[in-house]
Design a protein around this ligand. Structure first.
Ligand SMILES: Nc1ncnc2c1ncn2[C@@H]1O[C@H](COP(=O)(O)OP(=O)(O)O)[C@@H](O)[C@H]1O
Ligand SMILES: [Mg+2]
Length: 353
C-alpha cells in the first residue's frame, strides 16, 4: 500500500466551556492516500468541522497524532509545516465569507500563484488563473476574471473558492459542507465539478456533509465515515455503507433520507429511533452515546460499556456491541452479506463511464 498523504491516529479534540469539557472529537483514526475520497457524515454538532480543521492543520488535536507523508505535522519545522498547510486546502461552506468582497476574481487567484512561485510572472499567473476557472467550469474565463464576488451567483462564488484552493496545487481538499449553501438545482453540477477534479487532478478529498445523499453521490468510489457525537460509528466503502448499513444510527440516517412519499419517510424515521433528541456533548450518556436513541439497545450492555470501532470484515468497521456480536456469531442473514457484495459491484445510475 502506498504511503498515505495524511493520517490521523487516535485523534481527540476537547474544548473547555467553563467547567465543562466538550469531547468534540474522540479517538478518530483514518488514512487518506492520493486520490482517495473519504466522506464524513453526521448531524450538526457531530464534530465534522472540528475534524476538518484538524486535517487541514488549523487546529491542534488535544490527543493523538496527525501525520503528513509520515511526519507528525505538529513536530515539523516551520518550512515543512507551511508545505503541509499548502498541500491540504479547505473549501468552506460559505463562499460569501471566504472571498474578499473588494477583490475581483483575478485578484483573488493571481496573488497565491505568484506568492508560491507557481507562476513565473503576472501574465503567466493570469493565464493560469484562466485555466483554473475553466477547470471549475467558469467559462469563458475572460468573462469571470474581472468580476467581484457580488457580481457572481452563490454557485459561481463557490467555484471561485475552489479555484483559489487549487492555485497552490493541493494534494488534499477538505470540502466542509461546500455544496450545502447553493441551490439544490446547481448543487449536483457543483458536485460533478468536484468529482471531475478528483478524477483529472488526482486530488484526494475529505468531503464533509450532513446529507447522506450528497455523500452517496460524491463518494460512491470512496469511503464513508459516519460520525455521531464526535465518534466514528461506522466506516466502510460507500456502496456497502449505503446498501447495507450496519450501525443502527446509519440505518436511521438512511431511513430519514427524503423520499417521494414524505409520510413513508416520517414513519420510517420514527420507526428507527427511540428518541429524536440528540444528547448534549457536555452530558454524554453512559456506555454507547447512541443508546438512548437506539432501537437495538440492550440494557446492561449498551448503557454500560462504550463500544469501540471494530472491523466486521476486511473493509468495514462498526462501533456497536449488538452488530459486532451478531457478526461474530455469524447469525446475520446471509442475504445481507450477499447484497453488500452485489451492490459494491453495481454502479450508480448517475456514475459516468
Ligand atoms: N472553538 C470551540 N470552542 C468550544 N466548542 C467548540 C468549538 N468549536 C466547536 N465546538 C463544539 O464542538 C462540537 C462540534 O462542533 P463542529 O465540529 O462544528 O460540528 P459540526 O461541524 O459537525 O456541526 C459542537 O458542540 C460545538 O459547539
Ligand atoms: Mg460544521
Amino acid at each position: 500500500m502506498p504511503e498515505p498523504i495524511l493520517e490521523l491516529q487516535q485523534v481527540s479534540v476537547h474544548f473547555r466551556r467553563g467547567r465543562v469539557l466538550l469531547r468534540a472529537v474522540e479517538d478518530i483514526s483514518f488514512q487518506l492516500g492520493l486520490g482517495d475520497v473519504l466522506c464524513l457524515v453526521g448531524e450538526s454538532g457531530s464534530g465534522k468541522t472540528t475534524l476538518g480543521k484538524v486535517v487541514a492543520g488549523l487546529l491542534r488535536p488535544t490527543v493523538g497524532v496527525v501525520r503528513y507523508r509520515g511526519q507528525d505535522v505538529w513536530r515539523l519545522d516551520s518550512g515543512a509545516f507551511r508545505r503541509f498547510r499548502r498541500a491540504v486546502q479547505i473549501v468552506h461552506q460559505d463562499p460569501y465569507a471566504s472571498l474578499n468582497p473588494i477583490r475581483t476574481v483575478v485578484d483573488t487567484l493571481v496573488p497565491p500563484l505568484l506568492h508560491h512561485r507557481i507562476a513565473r510572472n503576472r501574465s503567466d499567473a493570469i493565464e493560469r488563473a484562466a485555466r483554473l476557472l475553466e477547470l471549475v467550469d467558469l467559462v469563458p474565463p475572460e468573462q469571470f476574471l474581472p468580476k467581484y464576488p457580488h457580481q457572481l451567483s452563490g454557485g459561481q462564488r463557490q467555484r471561485v473558492s475552489i479555484a483559489r484552493a487549487l492555485t497552490v496545487q493541493p494534494e488534499l481538499i477538505v470540502a466542509d459542507e461546500a455544496t450545502s449553501m447553493v441551490d439544490v438545482s446547481i448543487r449536483v453540477s457543483l458536485l460533478n465539478t468536484l468529482r471531475r477534479l478528483r478524477e483529472e487532478l488526482g486530488v484526494a478529498f475529505l468531503f464533509i456533509t450532513h446529507d447522506l445523499a450528497m455523500a452517496k453521490y460524491f463518494a460512491w468510489q470512496g469511503r464513508i465515515a459516519v460520525l455521531y457525537l464526535g465518534r466514528v460509528v461506522e466506516l466502510g466503502p460507500t456502496p456497502s455503507v449505503i446498501g447495507d448499513p450496519l450501525h443502527p444510527y446509519t440505518q436511521a440516517l438512511l431511513a430519514a433520507l427524503p423520499e417521494p412519499d414524505p409520510d413513508l419517510t416520517r414513519r420510517k424515521s420514527k420507526l428507527l429511533l427511540r428518541s429524536l433528541d440528540i444528547p448534549s456533548l457536555a452530558h454524554l450518556p453512559s456506555g454507547c452515546p447512541f443508546h438512548p436513541r437506539c432501537l437495538r439497545f440492550v440494557s446492561g450492555l449498551c448503557d454500560v460499556e462504550r463500544p469501540s470501532l471494530r472491523f466486521v470484515d476486511a473493509h468495514r468497521s462498526v462501533a456497536c456491541h449488538v452488530v459486532v456480536q451478531e457478526r461474530a456469531a455469524g447469525d446475520l442473514p446471509p442475504s445481507s452479506q450477499e447484497a453488500a457484495t452485489r451492490r459494491a459491484d453495481e454502479r450508480m445510475p448517475f456514475e459516468r463511464g
